[in-house]
Design a protein around this ligand. Structure first.
Ligand code: ZN
Length: 167
């Protein structure tokens, strides 16, 4: 999927987290969770140098795309779990007080955002290695990236998110 569809998925993931987390969240927390989810939804494509996120951080993308195959490890549940452990442990190690709290809010959105990315890419023809390091890729649909089908899907997804979360 392209970055617009992933961004929409990220907003959906963020709103879902806010709904699950309930009423107790303040505004800062809501902003951090939602922006974490949107960034998380774009992040896995750092393994692809022509992607939107790659153009934002070209050096990181060059490194990531050299080491990892596109739609390989960075598009797997194994990586999401690893990222969650590293981000949580790293922020606990380096931060404290208010900053640690903020990092935790961000991570609470970032991880579901990444999950939304690999779920959406599962609807593409190329599929996703859900059982990485086992290399087989799984897919549910055969939507081609940047096709009319994707645009239609993105519009339907936006409508569903709007209907479900925005009153
Ligand atoms: Zn992707």
């Amino acid at each position: 999927m392209n970055y617009i569809t992933h961004g929409i998925g990220g907003i959906g993931a963020g709103l879902l987290v806010l709904t699950v987390a309930g009423q107790g969240l303040n505004e800062t927390s809501q902003v951090l969770i939602t922006s974490g989810a949107v960034l998380g939804s774009l992040f896995p494509d750092i393994d692809h140098q022509q992607s939107y996120i790659a153009h934002k951080v070209p050096v990181a993308s060059f490194a990531a795309s050299t080491v990892f195959k596109h739609r390989g490890f960075l598009h797997s549940p194994a990586f999401i779990i690893l990222a969650w452990i590293l981000l949580t442990a790293g922020s606990r190690f380096m931060l404290s007080g208010e900053l640690l709290w903020m990092a935790n809010q961000f991570i609470t959105g970032f991880i579901p955002g990444m999950l939304s990315h690999i779920i959406l890419d599962t609807l593409n023809k190329q599929g996703i290695p859900w059982l990485w390091p086992y290399k087989k890729r799984f897919r549910l649909l055969s939507i081609r990236t940047d096709s009319i089908m994707e645009t239609t899907f993105a519009i339907v997804l936006t409508a569903l998110i709007g209907y479900r979360f925005i009153q």
